[in-house]
Design a protein around this ligand. Structure first.
Ligand SMILES: Nc1ncnc2c1ncn2[C@@H]1O[C@H](COP(=O)(O)OP(=O)(O)OP(=O)(O)O)[C@@H](O)[C@H]1O
Ligand SMILES: [Mg+2]
Length: 166
């Protein structure tokens, strides 16, 4: 178990649907210019969470794993973008393109990055980091660690949405 800082939010998911619902709530809080980093082993549920994030953010398009594309681009009716990419499935020049284009993507919209730990040194200091861990067949442990004031506020809002105001 990681040692949790005071701003950290912890959640146990008991099904893919529950992970998607948390994603929907997170996506509704996500704004252009913001970065969500996902870390967790194969099958820990990163893409499942992104499906919810894209839905909550307002994309009409379904989410797929970015296996054959470098970057998935979900457009919002208002003209902003949600970019979704996966550092594990990119290599060589494709990974370089994604890394180099990160500041540009953040100017045009929000970014969700699977396997962010593989390119940790290239990432801005302020971001929401989410660790996902396989616990059992349908159980996953999610730890949200915000870096920067905007992301701390985002986590506080998410906490209220998930657990209710108390
Ligand atoms: N509580 C849960 N949350 C999320 N996924 C779950 C949960 N329980 C079972 N699953 C299943 O685990 C799998 C997670 O796959 P997913 O593609 O989301 O993982 P991933 O972390 O993106 O993997 P990869 O590293 O290969 O990209 C799915 O088949 C999903 O249905
Ligand atoms: Mg995935």
């Amino acid at each position: 178990m990681p040692i949790l800082s005071p701003n950290t939010l912890e959640f146990f998911s008991h099904s893919p649907e529950q992970t998607r619902r948390v994603g929907i709530r997170l996506g509704s809080l996500l704004r252009p210019g913001q970065l969500i980093c996902l870390e967790g082993e194969l099958g820990s549920g990163k893409t499942t969470l992104v499906q919810g994030i894209a839905q909550g953010w307002g994309s009409a398009d379904p989410v797929s794993s970015p296996t054959y594309v470098i970057i998935n681009d979900y457009r919002h009716p208002e003209g902003t973008h949600l970019y979704h990419t996966d550092a594990y499935r990119l290599s060589g020049s494709a990974l370089d393109i994604a890394v180099l284009d990160l500041p540009g993507m953040l100017e045009r919209g929000a970014v969700v990055l699977e396997w962010a730990d593989l390119i940790r040194t290239h990432l801005p200091a302020e971001r929401l980091w989410i660790q996902m861990q396989y616990m059992a067949l349908e159980q996953r442990h999610l730890v949200f660690t915000p870096r920067g004031k905007a992301y701390e506020a985002m986590c506080k809002e998410l906490e209220k949405m998930i657990f209710g105001a108390s």
